[in-house]
Design a protein around this ligand. Structure first.
Ligand SMILES: Nc1ncnc2c1ncn2[C@@H]1O[C@H](COP(=O)(O)OP(=O)(O)OP(=O)(O)O)[C@@H](O)[C@H]1O
Ligand SMILES: [Mg+2]
Length: 229
Protein backbone atom coordinates (compact mmCIF):
# COMPACT_ATOMS: atom_id res chain seq x y z
CA UNK A 1 0.00 0.00 0.00
CA UNK A 2 2.67 2.44 1.09
CA UNK A 3 4.93 1.69 -1.89
CA UNK A 4 1.98 2.13 -4.25
CA UNK A 5 1.22 5.44 -2.62
CA UNK A 6 4.75 6.80 -3.05
CA UNK A 7 4.73 5.62 -6.67
CA UNK A 8 1.36 7.32 -7.29
CA UNK A 9 2.40 10.60 -5.70
CA UNK A 10 5.64 10.65 -7.68
CA UNK A 11 3.80 9.96 -10.89
CA UNK A 12 1.13 12.60 -10.24
CA UNK A 13 3.71 15.25 -9.38
CA UNK A 14 6.02 14.38 -12.25
CA UNK A 15 3.53 15.29 -14.99
CA UNK A 16 3.13 18.99 -14.06
CA UNK A 17 6.79 19.18 -13.08
CA UNK A 18 7.92 17.93 -16.50
CA UNK A 19 5.75 20.57 -18.12
CA UNK A 20 7.17 23.34 -15.88
CA UNK A 21 10.74 22.23 -16.61
CA UNK A 22 10.16 22.11 -20.36
CA UNK A 23 8.49 25.51 -20.62
CA UNK A 24 11.01 27.27 -18.37
CA UNK A 25 13.86 25.84 -20.46
CA UNK A 26 12.25 27.31 -23.58
CA UNK A 27 11.71 30.64 -21.81
CA UNK A 28 15.38 30.74 -20.84
CA UNK A 29 16.50 29.70 -24.34
CA UNK A 30 18.56 31.72 -26.71
CA UNK A 31 16.98 33.46 -28.52
CA UNK A 32 14.14 33.95 -26.02
CA UNK A 33 10.57 33.52 -27.31
CA UNK A 34 8.45 36.49 -28.42
CA UNK A 35 6.76 38.30 -25.48
CA UNK A 36 3.32 36.97 -26.46
CA UNK A 37 4.57 33.38 -26.61
CA UNK A 38 6.48 33.87 -23.37
CA UNK A 39 3.29 35.02 -21.66
CA UNK A 40 1.37 31.98 -22.90
CA UNK A 41 4.15 29.69 -21.61
CA UNK A 42 4.21 31.44 -18.24
CA UNK A 43 0.46 30.87 -17.94
CA UNK A 44 1.02 27.15 -18.42
CA UNK A 45 3.83 27.15 -15.84
CA UNK A 46 1.58 29.02 -13.43
CA UNK A 47 -1.32 26.59 -13.93
CA UNK A 48 0.89 23.56 -13.37
CA UNK A 49 2.46 25.09 -10.26
CA UNK A 50 -1.07 25.74 -8.94
CA UNK A 51 -2.05 22.13 -9.59
CA UNK A 52 1.03 20.90 -7.68
CA UNK A 53 0.26 23.26 -4.80
CA UNK A 54 -3.33 21.94 -4.59
CA UNK A 55 -2.06 18.39 -4.61
CA UNK A 56 0.41 19.02 -1.79
CA UNK A 57 -2.30 20.76 0.29
CA UNK A 58 -4.62 17.77 -0.18
CA UNK A 59 -1.86 15.27 0.60
CA UNK A 60 -1.11 17.09 3.85
CA UNK A 61 -4.82 16.97 4.76
CA UNK A 62 -4.85 13.22 4.12
CA UNK A 63 -1.67 12.65 6.12
CA UNK A 64 -3.12 14.60 9.04
CA UNK A 65 -6.39 12.63 8.92
CA UNK A 66 -4.50 9.35 8.86
CA UNK A 67 -2.37 10.25 11.87
CA UNK A 68 -5.36 11.28 14.01
CA UNK A 69 -5.94 8.18 16.11
CA UNK A 70 -8.35 8.44 17.82
CA UNK A 71 -10.29 10.95 15.75
CA UNK A 72 -11.95 13.98 17.26
CA UNK A 73 -12.76 15.73 19.49
CA UNK A 74 -16.37 15.50 18.39
CA UNK A 75 -19.27 17.54 19.68
CA UNK A 76 -22.97 18.00 18.94
CA UNK A 77 -23.23 20.01 15.74
CA UNK A 78 -26.36 21.15 13.89
CA UNK A 79 -25.53 19.78 10.43
CA UNK A 80 -27.13 22.83 8.81
CA UNK A 81 -24.16 24.93 10.01
CA UNK A 82 -21.35 23.03 8.23
CA UNK A 83 -23.60 22.66 5.18
CA UNK A 84 -24.26 26.40 5.05
CA UNK A 85 -20.54 27.13 5.46
CA UNK A 86 -19.69 24.81 2.55
CA UNK A 87 -22.45 26.30 0.35
CA UNK A 88 -21.07 29.74 1.07
CA UNK A 89 -17.52 28.70 0.09
CA UNK A 90 -18.86 27.14 -3.13
CA UNK A 91 -21.31 29.89 -4.03
CA UNK A 92 -19.00 31.79 -6.45
CA UNK A 93 -18.40 28.55 -8.38
CA UNK A 94 -22.13 27.83 -8.45
CA UNK A 95 -23.02 31.39 -9.45
CA UNK A 96 -20.58 31.27 -12.37
CA UNK A 97 -22.64 28.40 -13.84
CA UNK A 98 -26.04 29.65 -12.69
CA UNK A 99 -26.46 26.62 -10.49
CA UNK A 100 -29.11 26.62 -7.81
CA UNK A 101 -28.86 24.83 -4.44
CA UNK A 102 -32.07 23.29 -3.19
CA UNK A 103 -31.44 22.91 0.52
CA UNK A 104 -34.07 20.63 2.03
CA UNK A 105 -32.32 20.76 5.42
CA UNK A 106 -32.91 24.45 5.83
CA UNK A 107 -35.95 24.23 8.10
CA UNK A 108 -34.95 21.56 10.54
CA UNK A 109 -32.41 21.27 13.35
CA UNK A 110 -30.28 18.22 12.46
CA UNK A 111 -27.91 17.47 15.36
CA UNK A 112 -25.02 15.10 14.66
CA UNK A 113 -21.92 14.04 16.58
CA UNK A 114 -19.07 15.46 14.55
CA UNK A 115 -16.06 17.67 14.07
CA UNK A 116 -17.72 20.65 12.42
CA UNK A 117 -14.72 21.75 10.35
CA UNK A 118 -14.24 18.26 8.95
CA UNK A 119 -17.90 18.03 7.92
CA UNK A 120 -17.56 21.41 6.17
CA UNK A 121 -14.70 19.82 4.21
CA UNK A 122 -16.84 16.80 3.25
CA UNK A 123 -19.76 18.94 2.02
CA UNK A 124 -17.34 21.27 0.24
CA UNK A 125 -15.51 18.50 -1.65
CA UNK A 126 -18.76 16.84 -2.74
CA UNK A 127 -20.34 20.17 -3.70
CA UNK A 128 -17.29 21.24 -5.74
CA UNK A 129 -17.57 18.03 -7.75
CA UNK A 130 -21.34 18.40 -8.13
CA UNK A 131 -20.91 21.95 -9.43
CA UNK A 132 -18.11 20.92 -11.79
CA UNK A 133 -20.21 18.15 -13.34
CA UNK A 134 -23.56 19.96 -13.33
CA UNK A 135 -24.94 21.47 -16.50
CA UNK A 136 -25.27 25.25 -16.30
CA UNK A 137 -28.59 26.32 -14.72
CA UNK A 138 -28.72 22.91 -13.03
CA UNK A 139 -30.04 22.22 -9.54
CA UNK A 140 -28.11 20.51 -6.74
CA UNK A 141 -30.40 19.04 -4.10
CA UNK A 142 -29.22 18.61 -0.49
CA UNK A 143 -31.19 16.46 1.90
CA UNK A 144 -30.95 14.49 5.16
CA UNK A 145 -32.99 11.67 6.66
CA UNK A 146 -32.64 9.69 9.88
CA UNK A 147 -31.74 6.01 9.68
CA UNK A 148 -31.46 4.24 13.02
CA UNK A 149 -28.68 5.88 15.03
CA UNK A 150 -27.41 7.68 11.92
CA UNK A 151 -28.33 10.61 9.68
CA UNK A 152 -27.99 9.98 5.93
CA UNK A 153 -27.00 13.08 3.97
CA UNK A 154 -27.43 13.24 0.20
CA UNK A 155 -26.14 15.62 -2.46
CA UNK A 156 -27.74 15.06 -5.86
CA UNK A 157 -26.65 16.65 -9.14
CA UNK A 158 -27.96 16.58 -12.72
CA UNK A 159 -24.57 15.86 -14.33
CA UNK A 160 -23.53 12.93 -16.54
CA UNK A 161 -23.58 10.43 -13.68
CA UNK A 162 -21.04 7.69 -13.00
CA UNK A 163 -20.94 4.21 -14.57
CA UNK A 164 -21.38 1.34 -12.12
CA UNK A 165 -17.81 0.04 -12.51
CA UNK A 166 -16.31 3.36 -11.36
CA UNK A 167 -18.62 4.06 -8.46
CA UNK A 168 -16.61 2.42 -5.69
CA UNK A 169 -13.19 3.38 -7.03
CA UNK A 170 -13.90 7.13 -7.05
CA UNK A 171 -13.07 7.19 -3.35
CA UNK A 172 -9.51 5.91 -3.93
CA UNK A 173 -6.68 8.40 -3.97
CA UNK A 174 -5.90 9.89 -7.38
CA UNK A 175 -8.79 8.10 -9.02
CA UNK A 176 -10.30 10.13 -11.84
CA UNK A 177 -12.69 8.77 -14.34
CA UNK A 178 -10.84 9.01 -17.62
CA UNK A 179 -13.85 9.41 -19.86
CA UNK A 180 -14.76 12.71 -18.26
CA UNK A 181 -11.21 13.94 -17.79
CA UNK A 182 -10.64 17.16 -19.64
CA UNK A 183 -9.00 20.53 -19.07
CA UNK A 184 -12.06 21.84 -17.21
CA UNK A 185 -12.35 18.67 -15.15
CA UNK A 186 -8.74 18.29 -14.07
CA UNK A 187 -8.60 18.00 -10.30
CA UNK A 188 -6.08 16.15 -8.18
CA UNK A 189 -8.28 13.11 -7.53
CA UNK A 190 -7.93 13.46 -3.75
CA UNK A 191 -11.18 15.19 -2.79
CA UNK A 192 -13.28 12.06 -2.28
CA UNK A 193 -10.39 10.16 -0.64
CA UNK A 194 -10.32 12.93 1.97
CA UNK A 195 -14.12 12.63 2.43
CA UNK A 196 -13.84 8.88 2.88
CA UNK A 197 -11.22 9.29 5.60
CA UNK A 198 -13.21 11.91 7.47
CA UNK A 199 -16.42 9.89 7.35
CA UNK A 200 -14.63 6.73 8.42
CA UNK A 201 -13.18 8.63 11.40
CA UNK A 202 -16.75 9.64 12.21
CA UNK A 203 -17.92 6.03 12.24
CA UNK A 204 -20.05 6.55 9.13
CA UNK A 205 -19.88 5.46 5.51
CA UNK A 206 -19.88 7.22 2.15
CA UNK A 207 -20.99 6.02 -1.26
CA UNK A 208 -22.48 7.13 -4.56
CA UNK A 209 -25.66 6.11 -6.35
CA UNK A 210 -25.97 6.92 -10.01
CA UNK A 211 -27.64 5.89 -13.23
CA UNK A 212 -25.45 7.26 -16.04
CA UNK A 213 -27.29 10.03 -17.84
CA UNK A 214 -29.46 10.75 -14.83
CA UNK A 215 -27.03 12.52 -12.48
CA UNK A 216 -25.16 11.33 -9.41
CA UNK A 217 -26.14 11.31 -5.73
CA UNK A 218 -23.38 11.21 -3.12
CA UNK A 219 -24.49 9.94 0.29
CA UNK A 220 -22.78 9.74 3.65
CA UNK A 221 -23.78 8.97 7.22
CA UNK A 222 -22.78 10.38 10.58
CA UNK A 223 -24.03 9.54 14.06
CA UNK A 224 -27.17 11.40 15.04
CA UNK A 225 -27.26 13.27 18.35
CA UNK A 226 -30.46 13.36 20.46
CA UNK A 227 -32.63 16.29 19.32
CA UNK A 228 -32.98 17.61 22.88
CA UNK A 229 -29.22 17.48 23.56
N1 LIG B 1 -20.76 14.61 -9.15
C1 LIG B 1 -19.98 13.87 -9.96
N2 LIG B 1 -20.41 13.48 -11.19
C2 LIG B 1 -19.63 12.73 -11.99
N3 LIG B 1 -18.37 12.31 -11.68
C3 LIG B 1 -17.89 12.66 -10.47
C4 LIG B 1 -18.67 13.46 -9.55
N4 LIG B 1 -17.92 13.63 -8.44
C5 LIG B 1 -16.76 13.00 -8.64
N5 LIG B 1 -16.73 12.42 -9.87
C6 LIG B 1 -15.60 11.61 -10.42
O1 LIG B 1 -14.81 11.20 -9.33
C7 LIG B 1 -13.44 11.57 -9.53
C8 LIG B 1 -12.77 11.78 -8.21
O2 LIG B 1 -13.30 12.91 -7.53
P1 LIG B 1 -12.38 13.65 -6.48
O3 LIG B 1 -13.16 14.77 -5.87
O4 LIG B 1 -11.80 12.63 -5.56
O5 LIG B 1 -11.18 14.20 -7.35
P2 LIG B 1 -11.16 15.44 -8.35
O6 LIG B 1 -12.42 16.22 -8.23
O7 LIG B 1 -10.77 14.91 -9.69
O8 LIG B 1 -9.95 16.27 -7.76
P3 LIG B 1 -9.95 17.22 -6.45
O9 LIG B 1 -11.27 17.08 -5.78
O10 LIG B 1 -8.84 16.68 -5.62
O11 LIG B 1 -9.68 18.56 -7.00
C9 LIG B 1 -13.55 12.81 -10.42
O12 LIG B 1 -12.38 13.05 -11.14
C10 LIG B 1 -14.70 12.42 -11.33
O13 LIG B 1 -14.24 11.55 -12.35
MG1 LIG C 1 -13.13 16.88 -6.35
Amino acid sequence: MRRDFVANVSHELRTPLTSIKGYTETLLGDPPPEPETARAFLKIVHKNAGHMANMVTDLLKLAKLESEVPAGPFSVVDARRPLEAAMEICSPLAAAKNIRFENLLAGENTPIIADKQQIVQVFQNILENAIRFSPSKGTITLAARPQGEFIVFSIADQGPGIPREHQERLFERFYRQDTVRSEANSGTGLGLAICKHIIRNHGGRIWVESVPGEGATFLFTTKAAPKDA
